[in-house]
Design a protein around this ligand. Structure first.
Ligand SMILES: NC(=O)c1ccc[n+]([C@@H]2O[C@H](COP(=O)([O-])OP(=O)(O)OC[C@H]3O[C@@H](n4cnc5c(N)ncnc54)[C@H](OP(=O)(O)O)[C@@H]3O)[C@@H](O)[C@H]2O)c1
Length: 226
């Protein structure tokens, strides 16, 4: 049985990932900030272990690692992310940037470091970082969104380095753009349902070859420009 660890698993794309992977018979380690409030997760019973994880908290990451021990993890899905609302030039506080970096950039990297041995011990050996087309510098034609764009662009850079550094261990590392998805973050007018986005992402990950590692992939598997 394969194992996937998903951050931000209590709602949105993370919750849909939990639903689909568990329905498919995977062992799912569903991580969320507040398990006691994660009602939707508790309703899903099969093959799911719910663990507390605030990705911006180093102690929380250490506790998670202790809980997991040496269990192999086939896919680390760094999904948790934040999109701050107030990102207009001239009004942005340093603290907003720093807090957004902690969640969107630093956490996926530190989790990869902390869980490296678990991933290396697995069969699939995949680290999938949820980025966004808004992290593409080439495709930025509308400006703004300083915190979100820069944190996702930095996540892209980190992913590329990890793909190179972890190649020898057979670990594949990619960044994904899930589409504009109907979640709390994407809003109700988004063009893609969580079901379709996750279904496509799962297909992309299941077909991932070593040559794909280091790629910036849209949910349909096509490549995005950096
Ligand atoms: N939806 C889109 O259109 C879209 C497009 C491009 C990229 N993405 C990316 O896809 C990922 C998932 O997005 P989504 O649409 O599902 O967003 P969402 O509905 O807003 O859900 C965000 C998830 O991240 C979790 N999270 C935030 N900060 C956290 C922290 N410090 N520790 C642990 N968990 C934390 C949230 O947990 P709480 O409930 O505790 O806040 C929630 O589970 C994000 O990385 C996002 O940037 C989304």
């Amino acid at each position: 049985m394969h194992t996937v660890l998903i951050t931000g698993a209590n709602r949105g794309l993370g919750l849909e990932m939990v639903k689909q992977y568990s329905a498919d018979g995977w062992q799912v380690i569903a991580c969320c900030r507040d398990p006691a409030q994660a009602d939707a997760l508790h309703k899903l019973k099969d093959n799911i272990k719910i663990l507390q994880l605030d990705v911006s908290d180093a102690h929380s990451i250490k506790d998670l690692s202790r809980h997991i021990g040496d269990q192999p993890i086939d896919i680390l899905l760094n999904n948790a992310g934040v999109l701050p609302e107030d990102q207009v030039f001239g009004t942005i506080e340093a603290e907003l940037l720093i807090e957004t970096f902690k969640v969107n950039t630093v956490a996926p990297f530190i989790l990869a470091e902390v869980l490296f041995k678990n991933i290396a011990a697995s069969r699939l050996k995949i680290i999938a970082n949820m980025s966004s087309v808004m992290g593409s510098i080439a495709q930025n034609t509308s400006g703004g969104n300083y915190a979100y764009r820069s944190t996702k662009a930095a996540l892209n850079a980190i992913t590329k380095s990890m793909a190179i550094d972890l190649k020898a261990q057979g670990i594949k590392v990619v960044v994904l753009h899930p589409g504009w998805v109907q979640t709390d973050m994407g809003g109700p007018n988004a063009s893609v349902t969580p079901e379709d986005s996750v279904k496509s992402i799962r297909k992309v990950l299941s077909n991932l070859s070593p040559a794909d590692s280091g790629g910036f992939l849209r949910y349909d598997g096509s490549t995005l420009t950096w």
